[in-house]
Design a protein around this ligand. Structure first.
Ligand code: NAD
Ligand code: WQD
Length: 349
Protein backbone atom coordinates (compact mmCIF):
# COMPACT_ATOMS: atom_id res chain seq x y z
CA UNK A 1 0.00 0.00 0.00
CA UNK A 2 1.35 3.46 -0.94
CA UNK A 3 0.19 6.46 1.05
CA UNK A 4 0.57 10.08 -0.04
CA UNK A 5 1.45 12.24 2.99
CA UNK A 6 0.95 15.97 2.45
CA UNK A 7 2.80 18.16 4.96
CA UNK A 8 4.87 15.12 5.88
CA UNK A 9 7.87 17.22 6.94
CA UNK A 10 5.91 18.91 9.74
CA UNK A 11 5.55 18.06 13.41
CA UNK A 12 2.72 15.52 13.24
CA UNK A 13 3.60 14.51 9.67
CA UNK A 14 7.13 13.34 10.51
CA UNK A 15 5.92 11.26 13.45
CA UNK A 16 3.21 9.71 11.31
CA UNK A 17 5.68 8.98 8.49
CA UNK A 18 7.84 7.05 11.00
CA UNK A 19 4.86 4.97 12.15
CA UNK A 20 3.65 4.36 8.57
CA UNK A 21 7.09 3.15 7.49
CA UNK A 22 7.41 0.97 10.57
CA UNK A 23 3.97 -0.50 9.88
CA UNK A 24 5.17 -1.51 6.40
CA UNK A 25 3.48 1.14 4.24
CA UNK A 26 5.24 2.81 1.33
CA UNK A 27 4.97 6.57 1.58
CA UNK A 28 5.20 9.44 -0.87
CA UNK A 29 5.72 12.75 0.91
CA UNK A 30 4.92 16.20 -0.46
CA UNK A 31 5.70 19.44 1.35
CA UNK A 32 6.63 23.00 0.41
CA UNK A 33 8.63 23.56 3.65
CA UNK A 34 6.46 26.58 4.51
CA UNK A 35 6.86 25.58 8.14
CA UNK A 36 9.42 22.80 8.13
CA UNK A 37 12.81 21.68 6.96
CA UNK A 38 14.23 19.03 4.62
CA UNK A 39 16.33 17.90 7.59
CA UNK A 40 13.17 16.59 9.28
CA UNK A 41 12.73 14.09 6.44
CA UNK A 42 16.37 13.01 6.66
CA UNK A 43 15.70 12.20 10.28
CA UNK A 44 12.64 10.12 9.42
CA UNK A 45 14.89 8.05 7.15
CA UNK A 46 17.54 7.83 9.85
CA UNK A 47 15.05 6.63 12.52
CA UNK A 48 13.39 4.02 10.31
CA UNK A 49 16.32 3.01 8.10
CA UNK A 50 13.85 3.23 5.18
CA UNK A 51 13.73 5.50 2.18
CA UNK A 52 10.75 7.05 0.45
CA UNK A 53 9.90 9.40 -2.40
CA UNK A 54 9.62 13.11 -1.73
CA UNK A 55 8.37 16.00 -3.89
CA UNK A 56 8.83 19.61 -2.89
CA UNK A 57 5.62 21.27 -4.00
CA UNK A 58 2.76 23.40 -2.86
CA UNK A 59 -0.41 21.33 -2.61
CA UNK A 60 -2.33 24.25 -4.13
CA UNK A 61 -0.38 23.62 -7.34
CA UNK A 62 -2.72 21.18 -9.12
CA UNK A 63 -0.41 20.39 -12.02
CA UNK A 64 2.54 19.61 -9.75
CA UNK A 65 0.28 17.41 -7.64
CA UNK A 66 -1.11 15.68 -10.73
CA UNK A 67 2.41 14.84 -11.82
CA UNK A 68 2.90 13.02 -8.50
CA UNK A 69 -0.27 10.99 -9.04
CA UNK A 70 0.72 10.28 -12.63
CA UNK A 71 4.16 8.97 -11.61
CA UNK A 72 3.14 6.97 -8.54
CA UNK A 73 0.53 4.40 -7.74
CA UNK A 74 -1.24 5.88 -4.68
CA UNK A 75 -3.84 4.08 -2.57
CA UNK A 76 -4.74 6.75 -0.01
CA UNK A 77 -3.73 10.19 1.28
CA UNK A 78 -3.16 11.67 4.71
CA UNK A 79 -3.55 15.44 4.46
CA UNK A 80 -1.55 17.36 7.08
CA UNK A 81 -0.46 20.29 4.88
CA UNK A 82 -1.83 23.57 6.13
CA UNK A 83 -1.23 26.54 8.36
CA UNK A 84 -2.16 26.24 12.03
CA UNK A 85 -1.45 29.39 14.07
CA UNK A 86 -4.65 30.82 15.51
CA UNK A 87 -3.28 34.34 16.12
CA UNK A 88 -1.71 34.56 12.67
CA UNK A 89 -5.02 33.50 11.13
CA UNK A 90 -6.77 36.41 12.85
CA UNK A 91 -4.19 38.81 11.39
CA UNK A 92 -4.07 37.23 7.90
CA UNK A 93 -7.43 35.51 7.31
CA UNK A 94 -7.20 35.51 3.51
CA UNK A 95 -3.83 33.80 3.64
CA UNK A 96 -5.31 31.07 5.85
CA UNK A 97 -8.37 30.56 3.65
CA UNK A 98 -6.15 30.47 0.57
CA UNK A 99 -3.63 28.03 2.02
CA UNK A 100 -5.94 25.65 3.84
CA UNK A 101 -9.00 25.63 1.60
CA UNK A 102 -7.38 25.76 -1.84
CA UNK A 103 -4.85 23.06 -1.01
CA UNK A 104 -7.61 20.72 0.18
CA UNK A 105 -9.77 21.38 -2.88
CA UNK A 106 -6.79 20.75 -5.16
CA UNK A 107 -5.92 17.51 -3.38
CA UNK A 108 -9.48 16.18 -3.52
CA UNK A 109 -9.87 17.10 -7.19
CA UNK A 110 -6.64 15.36 -8.18
CA UNK A 111 -7.51 12.33 -6.04
CA UNK A 112 -10.91 12.09 -7.78
CA UNK A 113 -9.30 12.37 -11.19
CA UNK A 114 -6.92 9.50 -10.40
CA UNK A 115 -9.58 7.35 -8.75
CA UNK A 116 -8.06 7.58 -5.25
CA UNK A 117 -10.90 7.87 -2.76
CA UNK A 118 -9.35 7.21 0.64
CA UNK A 119 -8.45 10.24 2.75
CA UNK A 120 -7.45 10.97 6.35
CA UNK A 121 -7.80 14.66 7.21
CA UNK A 122 -6.19 16.62 10.09
CA UNK A 123 -8.91 18.56 11.84
CA UNK A 124 -8.81 20.08 15.29
CA UNK A 125 -10.66 20.31 18.59
CA UNK A 126 -10.73 24.02 17.85
CA UNK A 127 -13.83 23.40 15.66
CA UNK A 128 -15.86 22.85 18.85
CA UNK A 129 -15.69 26.44 20.02
CA UNK A 130 -16.88 27.11 23.55
CA UNK A 131 -20.02 25.04 23.98
CA UNK A 132 -19.15 24.36 27.62
CA UNK A 133 -20.06 20.64 27.69
CA UNK A 134 -17.04 18.55 28.64
CA UNK A 135 -15.81 16.12 27.55
CA UNK A 136 -16.80 16.95 23.97
CA UNK A 137 -18.03 14.14 21.76
CA UNK A 138 -18.00 14.16 17.96
CA UNK A 139 -21.69 15.11 18.09
CA UNK A 140 -21.17 18.18 20.26
CA UNK A 141 -22.03 21.46 18.53
CA UNK A 142 -19.27 22.99 16.44
CA UNK A 143 -18.51 26.70 16.18
CA UNK A 144 -14.89 27.62 15.60
CA UNK A 145 -13.86 31.02 16.91
CA UNK A 146 -10.92 31.90 14.62
CA UNK A 147 -10.32 31.98 10.86
CA UNK A 148 -7.96 29.00 11.32
CA UNK A 149 -10.67 27.01 13.09
CA UNK A 150 -13.20 28.02 10.45
CA UNK A 151 -10.96 26.66 7.68
CA UNK A 152 -11.08 23.28 9.44
CA UNK A 153 -14.85 23.52 9.95
CA UNK A 154 -15.42 24.42 6.28
CA UNK A 155 -13.13 21.66 5.04
CA UNK A 156 -15.02 19.16 7.21
CA UNK A 157 -18.24 20.32 5.52
CA UNK A 158 -16.71 20.03 2.04
CA UNK A 159 -15.52 16.49 2.82
CA UNK A 160 -19.01 15.54 4.01
CA UNK A 161 -20.48 16.80 0.72
CA UNK A 162 -17.81 14.90 -1.19
CA UNK A 163 -18.49 11.65 0.66
CA UNK A 164 -22.22 12.09 0.03
CA UNK A 165 -21.59 12.61 -3.69
CA UNK A 166 -19.82 9.30 -4.31
CA UNK A 167 -20.02 6.16 -2.16
CA UNK A 168 -16.49 5.17 -3.13
CA UNK A 169 -15.02 7.79 -0.80
CA UNK A 170 -13.72 6.57 2.55
CA UNK A 171 -12.80 9.59 4.70
CA UNK A 172 -11.62 9.90 8.29
CA UNK A 173 -11.69 13.33 9.86
CA UNK A 174 -9.47 13.36 12.95
CA UNK A 175 -10.03 16.12 15.49
CA UNK A 176 -6.77 16.39 17.42
CA UNK A 177 -6.79 17.81 20.93
CA UNK A 178 -3.41 19.16 22.15
CA UNK A 179 -0.48 17.30 20.56
CA UNK A 180 2.70 17.29 22.67
CA UNK A 181 5.91 15.31 23.08
CA UNK A 182 8.34 13.99 20.53
CA UNK A 183 9.78 10.75 19.20
CA UNK A 184 11.75 8.73 21.79
CA UNK A 185 14.93 9.07 19.72
CA UNK A 186 15.03 12.83 20.33
CA UNK A 187 15.66 13.26 16.58
CA UNK A 188 12.28 14.68 15.53
CA UNK A 189 9.95 17.00 17.41
CA UNK A 190 8.01 20.25 17.28
CA UNK A 191 9.98 23.06 15.69
CA UNK A 192 8.07 26.34 16.05
CA UNK A 193 9.35 29.46 14.32
CA UNK A 194 10.09 32.43 16.58
CA UNK A 195 8.54 32.59 20.02
CA UNK A 196 6.20 29.64 20.49
CA UNK A 197 2.48 30.25 20.95
CA UNK A 198 1.69 26.89 22.51
CA UNK A 199 2.30 25.79 26.05
CA UNK A 200 4.65 22.82 25.65
CA UNK A 201 7.24 24.37 23.31
CA UNK A 202 7.17 27.57 25.36
CA UNK A 203 7.61 25.68 28.61
CA UNK A 204 10.54 23.66 27.24
CA UNK A 205 12.28 26.79 25.94
CA UNK A 206 11.94 28.37 29.39
CA UNK A 207 13.42 25.23 30.95
CA UNK A 208 16.29 25.43 28.43
CA UNK A 209 16.96 29.06 29.40
CA UNK A 210 16.09 30.41 25.94
CA UNK A 211 13.07 32.26 27.34
CA UNK A 212 13.00 33.92 30.73
CA UNK A 213 9.70 32.79 32.22
CA UNK A 214 6.35 31.30 31.30
CA UNK A 215 3.29 33.51 31.49
CA UNK A 216 0.31 31.50 32.71
CA UNK A 217 -2.69 32.94 30.93
CA UNK A 218 -5.35 33.13 33.61
CA UNK A 219 -5.46 31.96 37.23
CA UNK A 220 -9.17 32.49 37.82
CA UNK A 221 -10.76 29.89 35.56
CA UNK A 222 -13.45 27.69 37.16
CA UNK A 223 -10.97 24.77 37.42
CA UNK A 224 -9.51 23.21 40.61
CA UNK A 225 -6.31 25.32 40.49
CA UNK A 226 -7.68 28.24 38.43
CA UNK A 227 -5.54 27.54 35.32
CA UNK A 228 -6.76 26.25 31.93
CA UNK A 229 -7.22 22.52 31.41
CA UNK A 230 -6.38 20.78 28.12
CA UNK A 231 -6.28 17.21 26.84
CA UNK A 232 -2.59 16.78 25.90
CA UNK A 233 -1.92 13.81 23.64
CA UNK A 234 1.50 12.34 22.86
CA UNK A 235 2.34 12.90 19.19
CA UNK A 236 3.31 9.22 18.78
CA UNK A 237 -0.11 8.12 20.07
CA UNK A 238 -1.61 10.61 17.62
CA UNK A 239 0.48 9.17 14.78
CA UNK A 240 -0.70 5.66 15.69
CA UNK A 241 -4.29 6.94 15.58
CA UNK A 242 -3.70 7.80 11.91
CA UNK A 243 -2.56 4.25 11.19
CA UNK A 244 -5.79 2.90 12.71
CA UNK A 245 -7.96 5.41 10.86
CA UNK A 246 -6.18 4.58 7.62
CA UNK A 247 -6.69 0.85 8.15
CA UNK A 248 -10.38 1.45 8.60
CA UNK A 249 -10.94 3.53 5.46
CA UNK A 250 -8.90 1.15 3.32
CA UNK A 251 -11.51 -1.48 4.21
CA UNK A 252 -14.68 0.60 4.07
CA UNK A 253 -16.34 3.68 2.67
CA UNK A 254 -18.27 6.63 4.08
CA UNK A 255 -17.13 9.47 6.31
CA UNK A 256 -16.33 9.26 9.99
CA UNK A 257 -15.17 11.85 12.49
CA UNK A 258 -13.02 10.89 15.48
CA UNK A 259 -11.71 12.82 18.46
CA UNK A 260 -8.07 11.96 19.13
CA UNK A 261 -7.22 12.79 22.72
CA UNK A 262 -6.63 10.92 25.96
CA UNK A 263 -9.91 11.82 27.63
CA UNK A 264 -7.92 13.22 30.58
CA UNK A 265 -7.32 16.92 31.17
CA UNK A 266 -4.30 18.58 32.80
CA UNK A 267 -4.02 22.16 34.01
CA UNK A 268 -1.16 24.51 33.15
CA UNK A 269 0.16 24.20 36.73
CA UNK A 270 -0.01 20.40 36.50
CA UNK A 271 1.93 20.48 33.22
CA UNK A 272 4.64 22.65 34.77
CA UNK A 273 4.91 20.30 37.78
CA UNK A 274 5.04 17.22 35.52
CA UNK A 275 7.70 18.83 33.34
CA UNK A 276 9.89 19.80 36.30
CA UNK A 277 9.56 16.31 37.81
CA UNK A 278 10.21 14.44 34.56
CA UNK A 279 13.20 16.55 33.51
CA UNK A 280 14.76 17.80 36.75
CA UNK A 281 14.57 21.36 35.37
CA UNK A 282 13.07 24.50 36.89
CA UNK A 283 10.39 26.48 35.05
CA UNK A 284 9.96 30.03 36.37
CA UNK A 285 6.44 31.39 35.77
CA UNK A 286 4.15 34.27 36.58
CA UNK A 287 0.42 34.64 36.35
CA UNK A 288 -0.87 36.88 33.56
CA UNK A 289 -4.26 37.91 32.19
CA UNK A 290 -6.38 35.35 30.35
CA UNK A 291 -5.50 35.01 26.65
CA UNK A 292 -8.40 36.25 24.49
CA UNK A 293 -10.33 33.38 22.92
CA UNK A 294 -9.15 30.74 25.44
CA UNK A 295 -11.66 28.48 27.13
CA UNK A 296 -11.38 27.04 30.65
CA UNK A 297 -11.45 23.34 29.77
CA UNK A 298 -11.02 21.28 26.61
CA UNK A 299 -11.18 17.53 26.92
CA UNK A 300 -12.11 14.76 24.48
CA UNK A 301 -14.77 12.10 24.72
CA UNK A 302 -12.71 9.29 23.23
CA UNK A 303 -15.22 6.45 23.18
CA UNK A 304 -15.85 6.51 19.43
CA UNK A 305 -12.16 6.13 18.50
CA UNK A 306 -11.78 3.36 21.08
CA UNK A 307 -14.86 1.45 19.90
CA UNK A 308 -14.51 1.88 16.14
CA UNK A 309 -10.74 2.16 15.65
CA UNK A 310 -9.63 0.06 18.64
CA UNK A 311 -7.30 2.94 19.48
CA UNK A 312 -6.46 4.67 22.75
CA UNK A 313 -3.69 7.09 23.70
CA UNK A 314 -1.55 5.35 26.30
CA UNK A 315 1.36 7.74 26.89
CA UNK A 316 1.06 9.93 29.99
CA UNK A 317 2.00 13.60 30.46
CA UNK A 318 5.28 12.66 32.19
CA UNK A 319 6.34 10.80 29.05
CA UNK A 320 5.30 13.77 26.88
CA UNK A 321 7.46 16.02 29.07
CA UNK A 322 10.49 13.68 29.04
CA UNK A 323 10.32 13.28 25.26
CA UNK A 324 9.80 17.00 24.63
CA UNK A 325 12.84 17.72 26.78
CA UNK A 326 15.05 15.15 25.03
CA UNK A 327 14.18 16.76 21.68
CA UNK A 328 14.67 20.30 23.03
CA UNK A 329 17.96 19.51 24.78
CA UNK A 330 19.43 17.67 21.77
CA UNK A 331 18.24 20.24 19.21
CA UNK A 332 18.30 23.66 20.86
CA UNK A 333 17.94 25.39 17.47
CA UNK A 334 15.46 22.88 16.06
CA UNK A 335 16.22 22.00 12.44
CA UNK A 336 17.50 25.49 11.58
CA UNK A 337 14.85 26.43 9.04
CA UNK A 338 15.30 30.19 8.95
CA UNK A 339 16.12 30.24 5.27
CA UNK A 340 12.89 28.50 4.28
CA UNK A 341 10.79 30.79 6.41
CA UNK A 342 12.47 33.82 4.93
CA UNK A 343 11.55 32.55 1.46
CA UNK A 344 7.98 31.94 2.54
CA UNK A 345 7.71 35.46 3.97
CA UNK A 346 8.99 36.82 0.66
CA UNK A 347 6.44 34.78 -1.27
CA UNK A 348 3.64 36.25 0.86
CA UNK A 349 4.65 39.85 0.08
P1 NAD B 1 3.32 21.78 10.88
O1 NAD B 1 3.28 23.22 10.48
O2 NAD B 1 4.47 21.30 11.66
O3 NAD B 1 3.17 20.86 9.57
C1 NAD B 1 2.43 21.25 8.43
C2 NAD B 1 3.30 20.94 7.21
O4 NAD B 1 2.59 21.31 6.04
C3 NAD B 1 4.61 21.74 7.20
O5 NAD B 1 5.68 20.87 6.92
C4 NAD B 1 4.40 22.75 6.09
O6 NAD B 1 5.62 23.09 5.44
C5 NAD B 1 3.46 22.00 5.17
N1 NAD B 1 2.60 22.86 4.32
C6 NAD B 1 1.80 23.88 4.72
N2 NAD B 1 1.13 24.37 3.67
C7 NAD B 1 1.50 23.63 2.58
C8 NAD B 1 1.14 23.64 1.20
N3 NAD B 1 0.24 24.52 0.72
N4 NAD B 1 1.73 22.74 0.39
C9 NAD B 1 2.63 21.85 0.85
N5 NAD B 1 3.01 21.78 2.14
C10 NAD B 1 2.43 22.66 3.00
O7 NAD B 1 1.94 21.48 11.65
P2 NAD B 1 1.51 20.19 12.46
O8 NAD B 1 1.46 20.55 13.90
O9 NAD B 1 2.28 19.01 12.04
O10 NAD B 1 0.01 20.07 11.97
C11 NAD B 1 -0.36 19.22 10.90
C12 NAD B 1 -1.84 19.38 10.65
O11 NAD B 1 -2.56 19.10 11.85
C13 NAD B 1 -2.25 20.79 10.23
O12 NAD B 1 -3.26 20.68 9.25
C14 NAD B 1 -2.81 21.39 11.51
O13 NAD B 1 -3.78 22.37 11.26
C15 NAD B 1 -3.42 20.17 12.17
N6 NAD B 1 -3.51 20.28 13.64
C16 NAD B 1 -2.39 20.56 14.38
C17 NAD B 1 -2.49 20.69 15.76
C18 NAD B 1 -1.29 21.04 16.60
O14 NAD B 1 -1.48 21.54 17.72
N7 NAD B 1 -0.08 20.80 16.16
C19 NAD B 1 -3.73 20.51 16.39
C20 NAD B 1 -4.84 20.21 15.61
C21 NAD B 1 -4.73 20.10 14.22
C1 WQD C 1 -2.79 25.37 26.28
C2 WQD C 1 -3.06 26.00 27.64
C3 WQD C 1 -3.32 28.38 27.54
C4 WQD C 1 0.81 29.23 26.36
C5 WQD C 1 -4.02 25.43 20.38
C6 WQD C 1 -4.86 25.85 19.20
C7 WQD C 1 -5.69 24.70 18.73
C8 WQD C 1 -4.84 23.46 18.44
C9 WQD C 1 -3.94 23.14 19.59
C10 WQD C 1 -4.31 23.43 16.10
C11 WQD C 1 -4.13 27.10 27.60
C12 WQD C 1 -2.10 28.01 28.36
C13 WQD C 1 -0.36 28.60 26.72
C14 WQD C 1 1.48 30.03 27.32
C15 WQD C 1 -0.23 29.50 28.92
N1 WQD C 1 -3.99 23.67 17.30
N2 WQD C 1 -0.87 28.73 27.98
N3 WQD C 1 0.94 30.13 28.57
O1 WQD C 1 -4.87 27.10 22.91
O2 WQD C 1 -5.49 24.82 23.83
O3 WQD C 1 -4.85 25.05 21.46
O4 WQD C 1 -3.21 24.31 19.98
O5 WQD C 1 -5.38 23.03 15.68
O6 WQD C 1 -6.34 25.14 17.58
O7 WQD C 1 -5.70 26.92 19.62
O8 WQD C 1 -3.11 25.27 23.17
O9 WQD C 1 -0.80 25.15 23.97
O10 WQD C 1 -1.70 27.38 23.20
O11 WQD C 1 -2.53 26.41 25.33
O12 WQD C 1 -0.67 29.64 30.08
O13 WQD C 1 2.52 30.66 27.04
O14 WQD C 1 -1.86 26.65 28.09
O15 WQD C 1 -3.97 29.50 28.10
O16 WQD C 1 -4.84 27.02 28.81
P1 WQD C 1 -4.66 25.64 22.91
P2 WQD C 1 -1.94 26.07 23.86
Amino acid sequence: MAILVTGGAGYIGTHTCVELLEAGYDIIVVDNFANSSPEALNRVKEITGKSFRFYQLDVRDRSALEAVFARNQIDAAIHFAGLKAVGESVRSPLWYYEMNMISTLALCEVMSKYGVHKLVFSSSATVYGASGDMPVSENSPIGASSPYGRTKQMIEQILQDLAASNPEWGISILRYFNPAGAHKSGRIGENPSGTPNNLMPYLSQVAAGRLEELSIYGSDYPTPDGTGIRDYIHVVDLALGHIRALGRILDSSGLNIYNLGTGRGSSVLEMIAAFEKATGTHVPYRFAARRPGDIAVSCADIRKARQELGWTADRCIEEMCEDTWRWQANNPEGYDIHENRFMTALLKM
